[in-house]
Design a protein around this ligand. Structure first.
Ligand SMILES: Nc1ncnc2c1ncn2[C@@H]1O[C@H](COP(=O)(O)OP(=O)(O)O)[C@@H](O)[C@H]1O
Ligand SMILES: [Mg+2]
Length: 270
């Protein structure tokens, strides 16, 4: 092959090589992430990685920077410093930029945000018109089952989403995120304002989903973090204080800040 042909072949192969980039067992790697907002350091030198599957819990007191960190991971905040690799790719060089990244990473907010239309229309909302028109019903059923909502809505898919309880609405948001076939799911205190039954459904659903993809769930609820298990990341005052196996963390926290938080649910490091 002459040089020109070789270069063309390499260029043509490049996107695929990037797509198939072998990140090994790591789905996300953040290195020295820092962010200042309005002159205040909100995130300070945060480094951690997430495995390719499994549940990860980001815990810390209110104001620790948990939501801000999630927003950096899917580029809702872009002005951070440091290095962030997702699926082995630098997020700043993501092929179809932030939209593509947000399809890869589903983000569920604390309060369910639905559109004023039917349950089914909400589920397919993020899809292209073509995909919406050719959406097989079993796909809708699958994501609703994964979100532990199918049994409650199977006979009322055309009802307005607003007629659902808040707990059901949150599960609908999870189903909608799953419809885009994300590679990773981020959730920001997804059960903070829900009844215990909905909380139980969502925790079970997250554990099941995490068998096939990495799930990062933010909570300030120590009992919820214990139930979810997996890997824990403890943050306080914009810093990552301690991370590792959840069971070990709760049994033998290494840092004084962790012990204080586990005892009082607050931390005095600011
Ligand atoms: N857009 C913003 N501008 C300035 N400060 C912000 C902004 N967003 C969040 N903060 C501050 O960053 C800190 C961390 O907030 P947040 O990430 O919401 O914490 P958490 O989710 O752990 O409760 C808080 O002190 C908050 O007031
Ligand atoms: Mg928050």
């Amino acid at each position: 092959m002459n040089t020109k042909k070789k270069i063309t072949a390499i260029a043509a192969a490049a996107p695929q090589q990037v797509a198939a980039h072998d990140a090994g067992d790591i789905s996300l790697h953040a290195s020295r992430l820092s962010l200042a907002l309005e002159g205040k350091n909100i995130l300070r030198d945060i480094s951690f990685s997430l495995p390719a599957q499994g549940i990860n819990v980001l815990i810390g007191p209110s104001g620790a920077g948990k939501s801000t960190l999630l927003r950096c991971l899917n580029m809702l905040h872009t002005q951070w410093q440091g290095d962030l690799q997702i699926m082995g790719r630098d997020v700043r060089k993501w092929p179809d930029s932030e939209d593509g990244l947000r399809r890869t990473i589903g983000l569920i907010a604390q309060k369910p945000t639905l559109f004023p239309c039917s349950i089914q229309q909400n589920i397919v909302f993020g899809l292209s018109r073509k995909d919406r028109n050719h959406m097989p019903e079993n796909r809708i059923k699958k994501v609703l089952k994964q979100a532990a909502l199918w049994d409650e809505v199977k006979n009322r898919l055309h009802d307005q989403a607003a007629t659902l309880s808040v707990g059901q609405q949150q599960r609908l948001c999870i189903a909608r995120a799953l419809m885009l076939s994300p590679n990773m799911l981020l959730l920001d205190e997804p059960t903070a304002s829900l009844d215990p039954r909905s909380r139980q459904f969502i925790e079970a659903s997250l554990l099941e989903l995490s068998e096939n993809m990495p799930v990062l769930c933010v909570t300030h609820d120590i009992e919820q973090a214990k139930r979810l298990g997996g890997k824990i990341i403890f943050m306080c005052d914009g810093r990552l204080i301690e991370s590792g196996d959840s069971k070990l963390f709760f049994k033998h926290p290494n840092r004084i800040e962790s012990r204080e938080f586990l005892r009082w649910s607050v931390c005095d490091c600011s």
